[in-house]
Design a protein around this ligand. Sequence first.
Ligand code: NOJ
Length: 554
Amino acid sequence: MSAHDLDWWRNAVVYQVYIRSFADGNGDGTGDIAGLRSKLDHLARLGVDAIWINPWYPSPLADGGYDVADYRAIDPRFGDTAQAEAFVAEAHERGIKILLDIVPNHHSDEHEWFREALAAGPGSPERERYVFRDGRGPDGAQPPNNWESMFGGPAWERVPDGQWYLHLFDVKQPDVNWEHPEIREDFERTLRFWFDRGVDGFRVDVANAMIKQPGLPDIEQGVNDVQDGGHPYLDRDDVHEVYRSWRAIGDSYDPPKVFVAEAWVPDPERLARYLRPDELQTAFSFNFLTAAWLADDLRRNIDDAIAENTAVGAPATWVLSNHDVCRHPSRLARKPEAGRGWLLDDVLDLPADPELGLRRARAATLLMLALPGTAYLYQGEEFGLPEVEDIPVEQLDDPTWELSGHSKRGRDGCRVPLPWAANEPSFGFSVNARSAGAALSDPAWLPQPEVFARHAADVQESDPDSVLHLYRDALAIRHAHPALGGGTLTWLDSPEGTLALARTSNEGESGFTALVNVSSSPVSLPEDAEVLLASGPLTARDEVPADTTVWLRQ
Ligand code: NOJ
């Protein structure tokens, strides 16, 4: 294998599959491995290099699968281990790599070890695998400290014998104790289990959590609530030891395995520490995702991410949408500053213009795919899907809704099952329902809005100007153009409110520029430029309209 092949992750386009909502192969209303296998050709034609699959392990699905009950098995609703292995092999046959998701901060409360811990009682070795403590106050009736769950409410739950356990996320997600050698060993065993089955790497869930400050002190507002290494449970320096050992495991395979960290660490310099040469290879540059739709903001966040990643020899890792954030056409449908919000709840009250949002989303995607480094796409963005902002509250599934006391809708709006066929039941989400001659037994697990018909894969396929064709064309050019993928970026002079960049590959190949018009009026094309691809139509005078990106040979 050549060095270039070994370094595939430095400039890959990775497609994220939220398996519950991708494609349903057995007609029960929930996505599964059979559905995923039936759509592999779609992904191959799209031109992605790898697929990242959100947790597909046995789980009560209290947090969409991020509450794992058994890390070395497949949830029966999604399939079984044999199907998973067949899927990995079929993807490899098409030259597509597979990344899984590992959730190291917490287990499900239905994990065997947590059940044992509850049964064994205070002071038992079983409880030491988690973070159990006595409460404060005369009867221990107050939580052990003032930490809050990321979903809202206290981060502690009291069990019948009076002790409390820590859950930084849902009450059904007890934090594990990373001081315990069995916890470390068990996660290492999980890595090897899936690596041995051909999986090429892992996305690491809340990679900046896991390690807690000894003594579990209260958070003092304004003192240790910032992430400078002094926070009691986020981005603590000892977490890097864990990744050194994981990297050594990944490197013991031929070819070596790859990791991408999900670490919402705002300071790019601290984020880059996860990417030192003996740690993880990549980490999402989320600051790009939360940039406002303004030239200065975009440019600053791009520069910061490239600078900090380059300092440690890592590629920047760009992403605009995922299963936790409001889909980018809907974030960008609001005033430019709304781009800084990442949850639907951050932007819901702002007036929205869906057509504008889609135009900007197409432009943002071409900007992202022109940047040096690796890029992640979230399922359905190739159909231009908007966030579903009005799911009836009684159908909301994200724990955020309950834990916020019904003040936040949470993340279901980006997790609605995909539309594959405009005129089929559940828009073709249940792929085999018709061909099997069966009546559709269950509707999709989250309701799909009527607007999804317009975005269905078959409608997109038949329209040459669709988002799907734009994505395919962009990925094809990105693969073929020698200046794209890895390499460097140079900013060029351009009119106020616009961005112009030139790309050079590591081998010195150039000839590619991109012009992103983030201003509100059209701008002229540079002289002698040949348009390779545009995110939307040019004006009658061949200018680049507002909210449009063009890729140029120059
Ligand atoms: C980040 C995941 O992306 C999110 O979906 C999940 O709720 C939390 N981590 C907790 O595992």
